[in-house]
Design a protein around this ligand. Structure first.
Ligand code: PLP
Length: 397
């Protein structure tokens, strides 16, 4: 059968150009089967794909860095005939991972320095990032936490749950807990429920969210039972992670709908990646498809400066062009905030295409999505707030 890639990217086909899709009789819909049958060795992967030399060497080296693991579901989305397939680039290691630039770091966002308790990152005044596991359904090659995730490297995540709960109990300023890792949705329903119940027993914790790529890598895990459990802990938000429209298959859409039907507001985080989504058309299809899955694009990350990631890095100017190409041209809800998570630990900093052309005591001059300029007068009494940018325009309009 001919595979229409463009149609698959726009629509919600469950047909992928893959390898297992014709094998009737497999327990494909079982998340346990998907996990047990993850592809995690060179031999296993070569049974499904013809690999390049760069990939073969990358896979052999990944065992002592960030392990390789790919769920059958996700592997099935790889286009076997496309060596530059955007799905493939996200999960198959390459030899370029051994090339380390001067500015790259094991802990690019300085998290280890902001952990009052092992596994609990407290950087912002009112919220924490609680790293509950170092395991994921599959491993993204650009993982910001590749220093600890997968257990393959020399550094390990050793979350101290009881100490973390006690920290949260005594730190009344924490009103928002983000469960992350690793991927919290790899825990059993019972284990996740114990964590959520304990958090909910702390009165000043108003808001809980889960950061997960399980709906993309392993949509089978989003069972009705899991959704029924999660909905008892509202207000609970879930942030998923998808980078390319082809990831949003029919199975993924249905999993996201189950979460949304449980009253869980859904956001998406993407990472800007070379050869994956550094393209306006790809990004526009992705964000519009996310809305159709009831997911609000939340952040677009400039890739963190992790070791051995230069082959996936995209210039910031490109990211700004993409945001500029979305704003005004599509639904405002579809547009993520483009952020740099500051190297060294300054937190997430939004970056925007320039729209304020001039700002002085009299007026602010702003540029719209078509490039046209508009003037808004400074209100009386407001001059000091408006002062700041250049006095004169470099051109007439
Ligand atoms: C991203 C992050 C958060 C959550 O930030 P929001 O902007 O509220 O989504 C919290 N703590 C840490 C350490 C983070 O990196």
């Amino acid at each position: 059968m001919h595979f229409d890639r463009a149609a698959a990217e726009r629509g919600f086909s469950s047909y992928a150009p893959g390898y297992w899709s014709d094998q009737i009789g497999l327990p494909w819909d079982s998340w346990q089967w998907q996990l047990q049958n993850r592809v995690n060795s060179l031999d296993a992967l070569e049974r499904h794909l013809r690999l390049s030399r760069e990939e073969r060497s990358g896979i052999l080296l990944s065992g002592n860095k960030l392990a390789m693991a790919i769920t059958p579901h996700f592997l099935n989305l790889i286009d076997r005939d496309d060596p530059d397939c955007p799905i493939r680039r996200q999960v198959i290691p390459r030899i370029e991972e051994t090339v380390v630039e001067d500015f790259e770091m094991a802990d690019p966002c300085g998290e280890d320095g902001d952990m009052p308790v092992p596994g609990l990152v407290h950087r912002y005044p009112d919220r924490v990032n609680f790293l509950v596991t170092d395991r994921c359904a599959s491993y993204c090659r650009y993982c910001t936490r590749s220093r600890v995730v997968s257990g393959a490297g020399s550094q390990h995540l050793e979350t101290e749950f009881e100490a973390a709960f006690q920290y949260l109990e005594t730190h009344k300023e924490v009103r928002d807990v983000l469960l992350s890792g690793g991927d919290p949705l790899l825990f059993s329903d019972a284990k996740l429920e114990r964590i959520l119940r304990r958090l909910r027993s702390i009165e000043h914790i108003e808001f809980v969210r889960i950061g997960t790529r399980v709906p993309i890598f392993l949509p089978q895990r989003i069972t009705p039972e899991l959704c029924a459990m999660l909905r008892r802990f509202h207000p609970l938000f879930v942030s998923i992670h998808s980078n390319h429209p082809r990831e949003l298959t029919l199975e993924v859409k249905e999993a996201l709908e189950r979460l949304a039907d449980a009253g869980i507001p859904l956001g998406n985080q993407s990472v800007l990646l070379r050869g994956v989504n550094d393209d306006l058309d790809v990004m526009k299809v992705l964000v519009q498809k996310l809305l159709r899955c009831r997911v609000r694009p939340y952040y677009l990350y400039q890739m963190d400066l992790i070791l051995g990631s230069s082959h996936l890095r995209v210039p910031v100017s490109r990211g700004l062009e993409i945001i500029q190409g979305l704003r005004g041209h599509t639904t405002g809800y579809a547009i993520p905030t483009y952020v740099i998570d500051a190297p060294g630990g300054g937190g997430k900093i939004p970056i925007h295409p320039e729209t304020v052309i001039q700002r002085n005591e009299e007026r602010i001059v702003v540029r719209n999505y078509e490039g046209k300029l508009f003037e808004y007068p400074a209100a009386a009494g407001e001059p000091s707030a408006l002062a700041g940018l250049g006095e004169s325009l470099p051109f007439d309009f």
